[in-house]
Ligand binder design. Structure first.
Ligand code: UT7
Length: 333
């Protein structure tokens, strides 16, 4: 029997460029407090959020992904036709099928590129970076576009006091390419399905179809349960990602955690004993929690603002519904 051929492996992959899109509409805490009983002070204290961005009614997940992706592709120096794989991390694309990724690839000129969506919620972008790294190193893909995008304002009930002040909209993107040495460390990932109800939907589409008095399916979060899980478990996951990459916290220039809640970020920073020189992403203050988009949005802002230079190591971690998580060290473009 003739042995099957396999593609030759590569030494590594790396992020070569970033891009982002923030919707124009700024929603302040004061505005949020017109539909829930809360206060600017409470929201700032409990989450760190001062304001967030919401997309316009006619602005879709794919529109936002396109804006971020075009910036990342332009910054990579590649032509859109060089992209052979499109991965879109999202849980708010309102179609069961086709994927946001297939539509996005066509829109940006990556005609014929392989395309799929990654539904790992707030861990989605870090999952997709891990997948892209594996695809590139295995020789299966060359240049991969990875996008994290959400329009959570479509899926959160405005009167839900436990989550309407947290979630928001936006898109972030990176282009990943082959490298002659690893520019992405091993991804440490997993999920705790036993806690699947901690962040779920109020009901599923079939239940809604059969009884519309239940209301449109919306996100429902057990905030304290998720908070405790994140604070208890995520520092250990982040530490494993450092060890898997063969570096220590001293070697980092940046820490870019999912922008879930500044108090969760504080707890992870304390547990990891991050040195003072490590820049910690706090994009949540003006962006809110954008689930799969939060890590690439924060990463792009850090680089664009000059808060961190190019070429250092950043530790990324995403965590949320599932309860799923993923973390890795990346070399900054
Ligand atoms: O992105 C995916 C992963 N998600 C996360 O990581 C989010 C994790 N969870 C959180 O960030 C926090 O749980 C929240 C920010 C969502 C909530 O903060 P919390 O400190 O856990 O609040 P809580 O639910 O424990 O509520 C504390 C108190 C309660 O009052 P009592 O029982 O102490 O009198 C609530 O009724 O705050 C009250 N409360 C509010 N007060 C003003 C709850 N929501 C609000 C509100 N405004 N919006």
């Amino acid at each position: 029997m003739t042995a099957l051929s396999a593609r030759p492996f590569r030494a590594g992959s790396r992020i070569v460029s970033t891009g982002s899109y923030r919707p124009a509409r700024v929603v302040t805490n004061e505005e949020i407090c017109t539909w829930i009983e809360s206060s600017d002070e409470w929201i700032r204290e409990r989450s760190g959020i001062v304001e967030r961005r919401w997309a316009a009614d006619d602005e879709s997940v794919v529109d936002m992904a396109e804006a971020a992706a075009l910036k990342a592709v332009a910054a990579s120096g590649l032509a859109p036709s060089d992209i052979s794989m499109v991965l879109v991390a999202t849980v708010s694309h309102p179609y069961q099928t086709p994927s946001a990724a297939a539509e996005l690839g066509e829109r940006i000129g990556a005609h014929g590129a392989a395309a799929l969506d990654v539904a790992a919620a707030c861990a989605g972008f870090c999952y997709a970076v891990g997948l892209a790294d594996t695809l590139i190193r295995s020789g299966e893909s060359e240049h991969v576009l990875v996008v994290g995008v959400e329009k959570l304002s479509d899926f959160v009930r405005k009167d839900d006091r436990g989550s309407s002040f947290i979630f928001a909209d936006g898109a972030g993107a990176v282009v990943m390419s082959p490298s002659d040495r690893p520019g992405v460390g091993p991804t440490v990932w997993g999920a705790d399905g036993a806690q699947k109800d901690a962040i779920t939907m109020t009901q599923n589409w079939i239940e809604y179809r059969d009884d519309q008095t239940l209301g449109f399916p919306a996100l429902k979060m057990q905030g304290q349960q998720v908070f405790r899980w994140a604070v208890g478990e995520m520092a250990g996951v982040a530490q494993q990602a450092l060890e898997a990459a063969g570096i220590t916290a001293d070697d980092l220039v940046a820490f870019v955690p999912h922008q879930a809640n500044n108090r969760i970020t504080d707890a992870i920073v304390r547990s990891l004993k991050l040195p003072e020189h490590v820049h910690v992403a706090r994009d949540i203050v003006t962006t809110g929690n954008t689930s799969a988009a939060s890590v690439p949005l924060a990463l792009d802002r850090m680089l664009e603002s000059g808060d961190v230079g190019h070429g250092g190591y950043a530790l990324l971690i995403g965590f949320g519904a599932g309860l799923a998580y993923a973390a890795q060290v990346v070399e900054l473009p």
